[in-house]
Design a protein around this ligand. Structure first.
Ligand code: SF4
Ligand code: MG
Length: 338
């Protein structure tokens, strides 16, 4: 079995309380019916504007946010029903790297204490073995060993992110959620951290869910890319297919905003009007309909189904009415693509 992670119809709703008695008056549907499979050693990029639910998805998979419903199957076992103690043990194998490496590192601990802490919590190894492990992790992520007794504030943003990565690796995880790990870094430092992550994929076969807010960042390090909009996964495909022939109008708009390395390939910039609507009161039907240049009547009333426009082995998933059989039949002869 080479599936490491299977996410099935995952939902995470946050109740909204209002009125004098603070009763539940509605829900923020932060993650709404998301399904995907991640194979061992592969990386899935999850892209979308802020507030689209990508971080909540990562946290719900790790049960840092308790899912509202759905399944998270890790190595063949649904982990949504595990007890707190069982989940603590499971989290050795499932780690997270945060966007802001400063806020996520305890400022009162030295680098050594930060990296060794998971081994102490799980009571793994002798003092000498732990020391050796910290040294090897510092070498691996490119931090000088002589800095191990320094504090996080003494490091640059890129180095702090390396500390966060070293800590995530302490327990030899199989899966890491990297939540915008380079967004807070200078462009020159971003590529160094991305190269480090690529090295970890290759050397240790770790599977990543790599969250980013633009498609340019994930282009070269992801096998598959998923695009999220208002809590839903609106498109997912092999990275090269998604970049070469994006199907969903939202993905097309996002892609049109990034520079094209191929001078022969010109993509007209599609400027999206307006902001992402509030997830408290999302538009009916297709959540993208108020910003979509291809909107039809059906889009305003009916939630688009999940459609596979690829093959069974090579899926290209899109949630858009333009790809339903009826629409495809109607536009037969014309260009079927939006
Ligand atoms: Fe646009 Fe309709 Fe497709 Fe939504 S379902 S993306 S509104 S064409
Ligand atoms: Mg986020």
């Amino acid at each position: 079995m080479d599936n490491l992670l299977e996410v099935k119809n995952l939902k995470k709703y946050f109740p909204i309380k209002g009125g004098f008695f603070r009763t539940v008056v509605g829900n923020v549907k932060a993650v709404d019916d998301v399904s995907f499979v991640l194979k061992k050693g592969k990386t899935l990029g999850v892209v979308g504007e802020s507030g689209c639910g990508k971080s909540t998805l990562g946290r719900a998979i790790l049960r840092l946010h308790e899912p509202t419903s759905g399944e998270v199957v890790f190595e063949g076992k649904d982990i949504t029903g595990l007890s707190h103690e069982e989940m603590v043990a499971k989290r050795r194998e499932m780690q997270i790297i945060f966007q802001d490496p400063f806020a996520s590192l305890n400022p009162r601990l030295t680098v050594f204490q930060i990296i060794v802490e998971p081994l102490e919590i799980h009571e793994i190894g002798t003092a000498e073995e732990r020391y050796e492990k910290v040294c090897s992790l510092m070498d691996l992520v490119g931090l000088r060993r002589q800095y191990m007794h320094r504090y996080p504030h003494e490091f640059s943003g890129g180095q702090r992110q390396r500390i966060g990565i070293a800590r995530a690796l302490t327990m030899n995880p199989k899966f890491i959620v990297a939540d915008e790990p380079v967004s807070a870094l200078d462009v020159s430092v971003q590529s160094q951290v991305l190269n480090l992550i690529r090295k970890l994929q290759q050397e240790f076969g770790i599977s990543f869910m790599f969250i980013a807010h633009d498609l340019a960042v994930v282009q070269h390090i992801c096998d598959d890319v998923a695009v999220m909009y208002l809590g839903r996964m609106v498109e997912k495909a092999k990275a090269e297919d998604l970049y070469k022939s994006p199907k969903h109008p939202y993905t097309q708009a996002l892609l049109s905003a990034i520079p094209q390395p191929d001078p022969n390939r010109h993509i007209d910039r599609i400027v999206l009007e307006g902001d992402v609507p509030s997830p408290i009161n999302p538009p009916s039907g297709c959540p993208f309909h108020n910003r979509c240049i291809h909107v039809k009547e059906i889009c305003k009333a009916v939630v688009p189904p999940v459609i596979n426009t690829g093959t069974a082995e090579n899926e290209h998933i899109v949630r858009c009415h333009l790809f339903s059989e009826e629409e495809q039949a109607k536009s037969k002869g014309e260009t079927a693509k939006p």
